[in-house]
Design a protein around this ligand. Structure first.
Ligand code: ZN
Ligand code: ZN
Length: 649
């Protein structure tokens, strides 16, 4: 093997060149860590025959791969990696795909990108890299593979996750609102854990941190999504980046008629601007809503996809006589049509997302969506769905026949059959580009107290989403989601790319990577704890352990105690740092669950005060151990979803 240098082919596009240069640096850096060899890096104008070189470029600048020609595509990924005449080639449909090709080559050398940060990567020691004997050609099942910011991230968490995401072939990063301040402050204020000294960050500081995330994603060629809620209140000059409250007196006089009329009044919905709807039949409100978005897109060419969501609450829609003849989805269809036309004229490189959510889960009935240039992307958000069953699992139904709700009488069903029905109707109303905006890793994994059940749901969802006419997932989730096993995050990444493997094969392969010689022990532990956490509710709505009797609780405690001792002993004896960390997370999990079991044991013994004290101890344990685990566990969400439901008044 005689490659000694990397040459990446300039494209003339500043953005693409930035990503290709990054791909070249990544290749060189990891080869050095694998073998100690230093491959020099330069850009080049064109490919030249000759040995010793790794050539990186967009497919139209390189020879045709032996696996078949690639075509350039800004939205769709695909790459080929092959060797010929002592040269290595990495060709992609776009610059981002070249970077993905580099990671695929590194994986073929045994590298694994398990968890964010250098401590989560497996990098074997090699004498030399091996050029591929057969081409590695690959393309993803889904177009949209993304992470949406939620939870409580610091800037360091966020940057590590953006890097991990690219290494795991996600192509989309979504920053909610006009700035991510709301999310950063959950971390920086640290109200949930007084062991940390918290401080608030300002809008300007949050925007500066966002710039660092945006630079990191641009370097990786990621598709950048932004905003979401807040356009409704922005129409009456009260844009907000989060669910903050305000006073009705802050609504400017000239926009007094903009908010939706409810019970004869036009005011903020429960005092929250972004939860307030507007009166779409009032032309000045409609026009200003649309104009704000178009202007924002014009002023922010760095944004590829602007999210245009209505308010973040149900049962707040305008009751005035002029709004009543159309459903909110029909008014939304009018917004979509107006935006599609205006953006085509004024911001031709920006697309927009519309959201099917709450009442908007019901497709429009009267207004036809017109989007001749394909600017619109439909985002289906089944937020109240069940996360113990796959989306199309026929077992997950409440047996009801759902009628379109009357104005402001919406209630959200939990059964997945309901969402499948709504989705079918929407796909008749709109046949364009689409994805699932889903919440598997927002609350469900924390409520279930494990990530293995939801991992399987993700995998099964991804096997069928294409047939349901959804082209991927942008996952609305805490970015720190690798607890206790990381299996769910891996299932999301791998399933979005290629979900063809059987669940068992995928799970087995992941456990081998994460735990090495301890894979079988981890397998047993994760399967057994998932059994212990299950109740008699097939939808997993009841808190884990809450239906166990005293004898079963005692048995659970003995098992967890023994497992914790075994996992800790394995960790102490292990020298590989990746396996050590994986085992540490499992041992932590066992100890955490023992606190919850102790609470239910106290309750079974009719000692409610002691039970709540044990719940407090579970919370203290998470707070005390936060520093070591913060990259893998969102402690704020875990406290809210894994601990609080076990407390009684
Ligand atoms: Zn109205
Ligand atoms: Zn269910």
């Amino acid at each position: 093997m005689s490659v000694t240098k990397v040459r990446w082919l300039r494209t003339g596009s500043r953005e693409s060149d930035l990503t290709l240069a990054h791909a070249a640096r990544q290749l060189s850096r990891y080869v050095e860590r694998l073998t100690g060899q230093v491959w020099s890096i330069k850009s080049a104008k064109a490919h030249r025959a000759g040995a010793d070189t790794a050539w990186l470029g967009i497919c139209d600048a390189l020879p045709e791969p032996p696996s078949g020609a690639l075509t350039t595509a800004p939205w769709d990924d695909g790459f080929a990696v092959w060797a010929e005449d002592e040269q290595l080639f990495v060709a992609g449909r776009n610059a981002r795909s070249v970077l993905f090709g580099v990671y695929a080559f590194l994986e073929s050398q045994g590298v694994r990108f398990l968890r964010p940060g250098p401590a989560g990567e497996v990098i074997p020691s090699l004498k030399d890299v091996t050029l591929p004997a057969e081409p590695i050609a690959d393309a993803p099942r889904y177009r949209h593979r993304g992470l949406c910011i939620e939870g409580a991230p610091s800037i360091n968490h966020a940057l590590a996750v953006v890097d991990w995401a690219a290494k795991n072939r996600f192509n989309t990063i979504f920053l909610q609102f006009f700035s991510s301040r709301y999310f950063y402050n959950r971390w920086y204020e640290h109200k949930y854990n007084t062991l940390y000294r918290g401080h608030e960050i300002s809008d300007a500081q949050a925007l500066a941190l966002d710039e660092r995330i945006i630079a990191a994603m641009k370097r990786r060629g990621q598709v950048f999504h932004r905003v979401g809620h807040s356009w409704t209140s922005a129409a009456f000059d009260m844009p907000r980046s989060g669910w903050v409250t305000a006073d009705d007196s802050e609504i400017p006089e000239e926009f007094a008629h903009f908010p939706a009329e409810l019970d004869g009044e036009r005011k903020l919905f429960h005092g929250i601007p972004i939860n307030t709807e507007i009166c779409y039949s009032y032309q000045p409100a409609f026009d200003r809503f649309v104009e704000n978005i178009v202007k924002y897109a014009e002023e922010h060419p760095e944004i590829d996809v602007v999210h245009v969501w209505l308010s973040d609450a149900p049962n707040n829609k305008c009751e005035c006589e002029e709004c009543r003849p159309l459903s909110i989805s029909d008014w939304y269809a009018k917004v979509i049509n107006a935006l599609s036309a205006e953006l085509s004229k004024r911001a031709p490189n920006t697309r927009f997302v519309f959201l099917c959510y709450f009442e908007l889960l019901w497709a429009p009935e009267k207004v036809t969506i017109e989007d001749p240039e394909g600017k619109a992307i439909m985002m289906f958000a089944p937020i109240s769905r069940c996360y113990a069953h796959a989306l199309n699992d026929p077992e997950c139904t409440d047996g009801e026949v759902w009628e379109r709700p009357e104005l402001n009488k919406f209630s959200a069903p939990h059964s997945n059959a309901y969402f499948i029905d709504r989705l079918r109707e929407w796909r008749k109303a709109f046949q364009g580009d689409s994805f699932d905006f889903d919440y598997h890793l927002m609350w469900a994994n924390w409520r279930q107290c494990t990530d293995t059940l939801v991992a399987r749901v993700i995998w099964e969802d991804l096997k069928v989403l294409k047939d349901l006419e959804l082209d991927g997932i942008v996952s609305c989730q805490s970015w720190r989601n690798f607890y206790p096993s990381g299996l769910a995050s891996a299932a999301l990444a791998q399933g979005l790319w290629n979900p063809d493997d059987s669940w068992e094969d995928f799970r087995h392969r992941y456990l081998e990577t994460a735990y090495g010689p301890h894979a079988e022990a981890a397998d047993v532990y994760l399967a057994r704890t998932q059994e212990l956490l299950a109740t008699d509710d097939p939808h997993w709505q009841k808190p884990p352990f809450s239906t166990m009797d005293g004898a079963a609780l005692n048995e659970a405690d003995s098992y967890l105690k023994a497992a914790q001792a075994d996992l800790s002993a394995r960790r102490k004896a292990e020298t590989n740092r990746v396996y050590r960390r994986s085992l540490e997370l499992l041992a932590h999990h066992a100890e955490f669950l023992r606190h919850l079991v102790a609470a239910y044991q106290a309750r079974a013994a009719s000692k409610p005060a002691l039970a709540n004290l044990e719940v407090d101890r579970a919370a203290d344990y998470l707070r005390r151990t936060e520093a070591r685990l913060s990259m893998y566990m969102d402690t704020e969400l875990a406290l809210r979803c894994s601990v609080d439901p076990h407390r009684t008044e």
